[in-house]
Design a binder for this molecule. Structure first.
Ligand SMILES: Nc1ncnc2c1ncn2[C@@H]1O[C@H](COP(=O)(O)OP(=O)(O)OP(=O)(O)O)[C@@H](O)[C@H]1O
Ligand SMILES: [Mg+2]
Length: 229
């Protein structure tokens, strides 16, 4: 359960989130909205990467401001650019790095890394330099490196924006099939059109909240306003 209570945030004098109250318990939550509307900022508050100026964000009863480290153990985060998440030279080392604080026996780490790589189709690349993977493979590596720690919630901020159609489909299928609660920020409206809950963010506020079949058309209508043809 993710709970926003009276959340507002500014960067300097630029207000970015305003008066957000939300309880997110559905397994799939889409977040859509215009460029600069505050989606990434909202997503980052869920794992404490951004701590709101006012109000609080709670994750399974933990406060992201005071218990950021515990929150980040429960909330995995995937960025648009997988290069920002790759930290180790080889594919297997990168996934193993995520487990460094788990203090597992070496054999257990190896087994979990192997299982994660197999799940994301990267087994044969285990010893390859991570930076030489294709963009799609890098995003799969980022997913493997986050999910190997078995977080309860996965927040994805435009995880397929840089991928070609085939890789985007693959990553989406994987995300759609996860056991975790998923919060997906995307501009690819078709991906969330049939989700049970999709939030529309505009000017830092939630301006529509409901099933994608209602909120996606509401967003398209909102975006069509003010366009001169
Ligand atoms: N670290 C920062 N410092 C200052 N301003 C920021 C920072 N991060 C974001 N902003 C500003 O906050 C506003 C919201 O940004 P945010 O990244 O949350 O939007 P977004 O909805 O994710 O947009 P996009 O669809 O382009 O990714 C923008 O005006 C942006 O310029
Ligand atoms: Mg963004």
């Amino acid at each position: 359960m993710i709970r926003f209570t009276g959340v507002s945030h500014s960067y300097g004098d630029r207000a970015v989130l305003a008066d957000i109250d939300l309880e997110l318990s559905e397994p799939r939550i889409g977040v859509i909205g215009a460029n600069g509307s505050g989606k990434s900022t909202l997503a980052r508050t869920i794992n404490g990467l951004v701590v709101p100026e006012h109000g609080c964000v709670g994750v399974n009863g933990l406060d992201t401001a005071r218990q950021g480290r515990e929150v980040r153990r429960q909330v995995g985060f995937i960025f648009a650019d997988p290069d920002t998440q790759i930290v180790m030279p080889t594919v297997a080392e990168d996934v193993a790095f995520s487990l460094r604080r788990h203090r597992l026996p070496r054999a257990d780490v190896a087994a979990r890394v192997a299982a994660a790589l197999a799940r994301f189709g990267l087994a044969e690349h285990a010893e390859h330099p991570a930076h030489l993977l294709s963009s799609g493979q890098k995003q799969l590596l980022a997913l493997a490196a986050v999910l190997v720690t078995e977080p309860q919630i996965l927040v994805c901020d435009e995880p397929t924006t840089l991928l070609d159609l085939r890789n985007a489909e693959r990553v989406h299928r994987l995300i759609a099939g996860l056991d975790q609660q998923v919060v997906l920020v995307t501009h690819q409206l078709a991906l969330v059109a049939d989700w049970d809950r999709v939030l529309v963010v505009d000017g830092g506020r939630i301006v529509a909240d409901g099933p994608g079949r209602l909120t996606v058309p509401a967003y398209i209508e909102l975006m069509s306003q003010g366009i001169d043809t």
